[in-house]
Design a binder for this molecule. Structure first.
Ligand code: CTP
Length: 398
């Protein structure tokens, strides 16, 4: 693949040397385009040596071959790492006052940027607005990480490690095997209010469902993400073209949203943790001890949303459920999964083991995917890797 690596003027430029080496090792033809400022951190000979290609910052070199647009036209992928706040602002405005600027305007290839800056600069509304604009244009934003920064302080703004940037960039080039498929994914955990300030809820963070939405969108699907009480920082990644987010609170709201969206969907995935019961009554004012002790909460059962979706599904509509289990052993896990899949009438059931310290709120997950023929897939790793395994299984059953 022809890959252009834009390097801009931040201390993390030294890490981009390793990024280029990784890409070369992977067999790609890499052209580095530093900005003038970047050369203050890492010199031109280093870039030529590691990339094995000539390097220039200026639009006035190699004019005969119209280098200022040729590199962008020939690129299969453009990575900008590190991307400083200044470069991000220039990209947003479409400025082309150097070779990197003209290349970015001339390319139709996927563009991945790895922001690197101090936390204050990253959080500044100007930077955040620019990032939003770039994302809406389809630019993939890889990072930044939360960690140690150059000044000794710490927070979001640290450039992703080169290995992670390569992984994100190659993911952007993934085959579009869900192109045109309309999917609805539920995520998060429902909250059933007791009074205006209290609820019955669960520990689901919404990370797995958000990863499913992202993976589907990367593979070309049109995605609706029905999010129940998911933190903004988890949902932030899903704010991109190809994903529409719908917010819900209770199981009843989630059920209504899913049924509404199901009318125009090819695949339904219920990754949300739904409360099985809700308080029979919701107090309109805060429950207080003064008003008398609360000894019991009467509960009524919520409808089984996914079972209803499966029972009412249109022809060629695929329905996927999740199950979080706390089994005694592997055998019990799979037995429960098989019974639950049949009871719910779904095509696939994705089962994972959870506990006090596993499954919820963490970045990693281990699952098995059960169909009527038995276990058809398994995955262990990041929630993104698990998400891709689920979509592989969905494609296989469709
Ligand atoms: N689910 C649902 N509606 C409910 C409860 C669960 O749609 N009222 C969905 C979940 O989104 C998930 C699947 O059903 O996809 C399995 O959820 P789980 O809580 O494991 O199943 P339950 O039917 O509650 O089974 P049990 O509590 O007996 O394990």
């Amino acid at each position: 693949m022809n890959i252009v690596v834009g390097v801009t003027g931040g201390i993390a430029a030294y890490k981009a040397v390793h990024l280029v080496r990784l890409l070369i090792k992977d067999g790609h033809d890499v052209t580095v385009i530093p900005t003038e400022d970047a050369l203050r951190f890492v010199g031109l000979p280093t870039w030529e040596a590691v990339s094995r290609n000539p390097v220039t910052t200026s639009v006035h070199d190699d004019v005969a071959r119209v280098r200022h647009v040729a590199l962008g036209q020939a690129a299969d992928l453009v990575i900008v790492a590190p991307a400083t706040a200044n470069t991000i602002a220039k990209m947003t405005a479409g400025l082309a006052d150097d070779l990197l600027g003209t290349t970015l305007l001339a390319t139709t290839a996927p563009v991945v940027i790895a922001p690197a800056m101090h936390t204050e600069m990253w959080r500044h509304p100007a930077t955040q607005a620019n990032i939003g604009t770039l994302r809406a244009r389809g630019v993939l934003i890889a990072g930044p990480d939360d960690g140690e920064l150059t000044g000794g302080d710490s927070g979001p703004g640290r450039m992703l490690e080169p290995e992670a940037i390569v992984a994100a960039a190659l993911a952007a080039l993934r085959p579009q095997d869900l192109a045109g498929v309309r999917v609805v994914v539920s995520t998060g955990g429902t909250r059933e209010p007791l009074d205006p300030v209290r609820f019955l809820g669960n520990r689901s963070s919404g990370r797995q469902g958000t990863a499913l939405a992202l993976a589907a969108a990367d593979r070309g699907a049109e995605v609706v993400l029905v999010a129940a009480n998911v933190a903004g920082e988890v949902l932030a990644d899903a704010m991109r073209p190809g994903i529409r987010i719908e917010h819900v609170g209770t199981a009843t709201e989630l059920g209504a949203a899913m049924r509404g969206e199901a009318e125009n969907a090819d695949v339904l995935v219920m990754a949300a943790a739904v409360a099985d019961y809700r308080p029979a009554e919701t107090a309109q004012r805060k429950l207080t001890k003064e008003a008398g002790p609360l000894e019991r909460i009467e509960l009524i059962e919520n409808e089984d949303i996914v079972a209803g979706l499966a029972a009412g599904r249109r022809a060629a509509q695929t329905v996927v459920a999740f199950a979080a289990e706390t089994p005694r052993d592997e055998q019990e896990l799979l037995d429960r999964a098989r019974r639950k899949r049949e009871r719910k009438g779904v095509d696939l059931l994705v089962v994972n083991e959870v506990g006090w310290d596993r499954g919820f709120e963490s970045a990693e997950n281990t699952v098995q995917i059960v169909a009527d023929t038995g276990v058809v897939g398994e995955a262990s790793g990041t929630k993104r890797q698990v998400a891709d395994a689920v979509w592989d299984a969905v494609i296989a059953v469709r």
